[in-house]
Design a protein around this ligand. Structure first.
Ligand SMILES: C[S@@+](CC[C@H](N)C(=O)[O-])C[C@H]1O[C@@H](n2cnc3c(N)ncnc32)[C@H](O)[C@@H]1O
Length: 234
């Protein structure tokens, strides 16, 4: 068995404890909302299919897909055994949950759904190659053109588990160049309540940017997500 080497595992587990930082930061609602917004963009036509949610946190997306596609077989995985144990308790009748590092995901699925996970890794390309080898359709959701509050592009910082990368329309083109996938479609969306602005926030954001312009400060970028719908060559 491969040893667990993730240096942040203890921190991640702490996050997912009952009433821990994940829940305090409304992580459960966020996961559910991401799945809801994803569903507005991508529908799976075949009702009988297998889906794996990679980086499932406390399981709200897996539960969402299970209810949305009652004939599908839903599995979900996360590196955090604390999160997975809670998933089993709450949603164990809806999906099959197991603990695994993204690098050790095995099996083959019609669909892999991976929402707001890959931006945390320096080696997101390697991890994505791995995921393409395990499915026919890889659906990735990540922040689009994320910036620092000062308006600069994100820089990598290996000392934390925060976002290391932001993504653009061509971020996964290397998969096409390497012949690992057949097509990649992408769509940029706003996810109010999760990662985006509602109408009131948009107005505040507009005023903030107007003031920034007057003060010659860089523009604050809108929070957006990008969904990649990747069909592998299998
Ligand atoms: C920001 S959360 C996203 C959760 C959920 N997918 C969503 O859309 O809200 C990132 C998740 O990835 C998991 N994760 C981090 N590193 C991982 C790894 N190496 N392998 C598998 N999961 C990992 C974390 O435990 C966490 O649940």
């Amino acid at each position: 068995m491969k040893m667990q080497t993730n240096p942040f595992l203890a921190e991640i587990n702490e996050y997912f404890k009952e009433d821990g930082a994940w829940e305090k930061n409304k992580g459960r609602q966020q996961t559910k909302l991401f799945a809801y917004y994803f569903d507005q963009v991508i529908t799976f036509p075949d009702q009988k299919f297998t889906l794996l949610d990679v980086g499932c946190a406390l399981g709200q997306a897996a539960a969402f897909f299970s209810r949305r596609y009652p004939n599908a077989s839903i599995s979900a995985t996360d590196i955090s055994e604390v999160a997975i144990s809670r998933c089993k308790r709450h949603y164990g009748e809806l999906a099959h949950f197991f603990t695994a590092d993204i690098e050790n995901v095995s099996g083959f699925f019609d669909v892999i759904y991976c929402s707001n996970v890959l931006e945390h890794f320096l080696d997101f390309e390697e991890k994505t190659r791995k995921l393409t080898s395990c499915c026919k359709q890889l659906c990735i959701m990540v922040p689009y053109n994320e910036r620092t509050h000062e308006g600069y592009k994100l820089t990598t910082d290996l000392t934390n588990i925060e976002h290391q990368y932001s993504f653009y329309e061509d971020s996964f083109d290397f998969l096409l160049e390497e012949g690992l996938v057949e097509t990649i479609d992408s769509k940029i969306i706003s996810c109010p309540g999760a990662w985006g602005y509602n109408r009131r926030q948009k107005i505040t954001h507009g005023i903030d940017n107007f003031l920034r312009k007057i003060l010659s400060k860089p523009r604050d970028h809108e929070l957006l997500q990008i969904i990649f719908d990747i069909k592998t060559a299998k």
